[in-house]
Design a protein around this ligand. Structure first.
Ligand SMILES: Cc1cc2nc3c(=O)[nH]c(=O)nc-3n(C[C@H](O)[C@H](O)[C@H](O)COP(=O)(O)O)c2cc1C
Length: 196
């Protein structure tokens, strides 16, 4: 089963993409097949005009269709998700996320807009038919720091939340436990005792 990581920031060097990197490393360590889609790499004109026939768009839509799990990362822009992510979501069919599990991630300048994941992004993911939307993970810019080497580093707290989310994805979606059959041995009717 494939996990598609969607990067929704227009920036090349991106904090929300650093959260995706964290998810990607954790999933790969656990043997998951992971692919990445950078919306900023798609044709901007085709995105704006919702040109589904354009090769880059058709390819992105197909990759989404092939994925069982989708991780969406976005910066908070003006108290919501990015416009880049919005133009991509707008050109998808109404059932593009049917049967899929989705993990939403976001970064923002301050904690004030952490609920944007719930009031802005989650309803859109729901409207596209997602089977399950895991609790979102929000990091402030202070929790995704730029190191002296110029790479983003994720705070321990956020790392622990990514660990938890990836564990849930692996155990509940990508490798659900095998059916255990009957949980209890059948009790013969003659042994059933009632309290009346
Ligand atoms: C146009 C624009 C609008 C923004 N609006 C908000 C906002 O409303 N609330 C907030 O907390 N941060 C806001 N920010 C800060 C970004 O969300 C934050 O820096 C984020 O980590 C950037 O993610 P990225 O590096 O993946 O693009 C805004 C930044 C830009 C450039």
């Amino acid at each position: 089963m494939t996990v598609l990581l969607i990067a929704g920031s227009p920036s090349e060097k991106s904090r929300s993409a650093a959260l995706l990197d964290g998810v990607q490393q954790r999933l790969r360590r656990r043997g998951a097949h992971v692919e990445r889609l950078q919306i900023r790499d798609l044709s901007p004109q085709a995105l704006i005009l919702a040109d589904l026939g354009h090769r880059s768009i058709a390819d992105a839509v197909q990759r989404l269709a092939n994925a069982a799990v989708v991780v969406v990362a976005t910066p908070v822009y003006k108290a919501a998700y990015s416009g880049v992510l919005k133009v991509f979501l707008d050109l998808l069919s109404q059932t593009a996320l049917a049967g899929k599990t989705v993990l939403p991630l976001a970064t923002g300048g301050s904690p004030n807009h952490m609920l944007a994941l719930d009031y802005a992004l989650r309803p859109v993911l729901q409207s596209l038919g997602a089977k399950q939307i895991l609790p979102g993970i929000y990091a402030t810019d202070a929790q995704v720091k730029l190191s002296s080497q110029g790479a983003y580093q994720i705070d321990e707290d956020i790392g622990a939340r990514l660990d938890e989310a990836v564990h849930t994805l692996i155990t509940e979606t990508l490798r659900p436990p095998p059916p255990t059959g009957r949980r209890f041995a059948p009790v013969p009717f003659s042994q059933v005792r009632c309290s009346v």
